[in-house]
Design a protein around this ligand. Structure first.
Ligand code: MTE
Ligand code: MO
Length: 395
């Protein structure tokens, strides 16, 4: 047996001794892989949500309009995986706490790099999960604009994760790979009174499971009755639907009077206004469309109104000869605060289910749902389903 072989043996026995423990490499690897999966799904669905809300110039107008409930699915997953990541991350931090607190060795370059990446990784992940959870509880104890902070932190965490994964992949492969059975035989028993690895996995699994089960009902209809921990029950609110910003908060309470007008303004400044009766005289459509808030709740409703395409057609081309609009901005009577306007891409406008709704489930819209007119379209973040609509403006 030569020196390397001896060293290899020593390494195997040492790692075997570590592995059984909650602070060992195997525990950290399993939790790391689980976190990788949940963070990965959370990241991809988050990027998707961001692209829907703030498409960069080169993408604007070319995002697929998609199936009706696509955004409900992706954003539901985003919030579910984000919440499940909380116990996973806490367990992972607990598991690696001895290594985290150990002083980095200045001579070991790889170790230094690993430790340097851990700082943004841990800080960024805690920031993402904390701000995300506060956001769905609609608690904003910070000064920055949530989507922007959340977005850039996600990229920081992605970068740090890539470095971390590259450096840790050999450990994960070693601890979860085929050598496991050989090393496990040599594992010492856990000290009495110490949390076993199995115990830790059971705890974190239960926590993640309970959190998911009791919040997913805000978007998964079958789990509705179990929606005990989510901030919203999707069936509670005026006309059986939650409200994020009320009419009072948006100061639009007396909009639905006889003076109401919807004004379509062309790029050349020409405009055409519609009264409620004129809108009612246009072809009416009734569509079942889910409203999916970025905060993870969603609710199905039956909406009746006119399609945006019909309104634009009826407003005419203003003598410009161009029937096909580019981006159209939907404006509202709300004067201050976020989400008072949104943009419609040509593919959204082309879909006849892209509605300006006058009714919900057969009743005129309640003030809190955007009376007298609100936008509702398939596969669209809730923040872009503009309420109290008063204008359509060509870019
Ligand atoms: N003008 C305006 N429209 C708005 C909002 C707003 O704050 N102002 N909030 C949006 C958000 S975040 C959501 S989830 C939906 C919710 O619609 P609802 O209150 O009818 O359920 O409205 C959207 N439309
Ligand atoms: Mo929302």
């Amino acid at each position: 047996m030569d020196a390397t072989e001896v060293l290899n043996r020593v390494e195997v026995t040492r790692s075997a001794a570590e592995e059984r423990q909650v602070h060992g490499a195997r525990t950290a690897s399993v939790l790391g892989v689980a976190l990788g999966v949940s963070f990965g799904i959370c990241f991809l669905t988050g990027v998707w949500s961001h692209l829907q809300q703030q498409p960069p110039g080169w993408l604007e107008g070319s995002l697929p309009f998609g199936p009706t409930g696509l955004y409900r699915f992706t954003q539901g997953l985003h919030v579910i995986t984000g919440l499940a990541s909380i116990p996973l991350l806490l367990a992972k931090l607990y598991s690696v706490s001895p290594q985290l607190l150990r002083r980095p060795s200045l001579s070991d370059k790889v170790n230094l790099m690993e430790r340097a990446a851990v700082l943004p990784l841990v800080g960024g992940s805690l920031f993402l999960l904390a701000t995300g959870a506060a956001n769905i509880a609609r608690w904003y104890p910070w000064k920055f604009f949530f989507p922007v902070g959340h977005w850039w932190a996600a990229w920081l965490v992605l970068g740090a994760t890539m470095i971390h994964v590259a450096l840790k992949a050999p450990t994960v492969r070693r601890t979860l790979g085929s050598t496991r059975t050989r090393t496990e035989a040599a594992e010492p028993a856990t000290a009495p009174g110490e949390l076993t690895r199995r115990g830790l996995f059971l705890t974190v699994g239960t926590a993640a499971g309970v959190l998911t089960l009791f919040t997913a009902g805000q978007t998964v209809p079958y789990l509705r009755r179990l929606t005990l921990l989510a901030p919203r029950r999707p069936d509670i609110g005026p006309q059986g639907l939650p409200v994020n910003r009320t009419a009072a908060a948006a100061r639009t309470t007396d909009l639905a009077g006889p003076d109401y007008r919807l004004t379509v303004t062309r790029a050349n400044g020409e405009s055409r206004s519609f009264t409620i009766d004129e809108l009612r005289a246009l072809p009416q459509r009734t569509e079942e469309i889910v409203i999916s808030c970025v905060e993870g709740w969603s609710a199905m409703a039956l909406w009746t109104g006119v399609s945006v395409a019909d309104v634009l057609r009826s407003a005419g081309d203003g003598g410009t000869g161009s029937e096909v609009p580019g981006i159209v901005t939907v404006t509202s009577a709300q004067q201050v605060g976020g989400y008072r306007s949104s943009e419609l891409t040509p593919s959204a406008i082309a879909d006849p289910r892209c509605l300006l709704a006058l009714e919900i489930n057969g009743e005129p819209l309640a003030p809190d749902h955007g009376a007298p007119l609100r936008l509702i379209a398939p596969n669209r973040p809730g923040v872009m389903q503009t309420k109290w609509v008063t204008g359509l403006e060509f870019a």
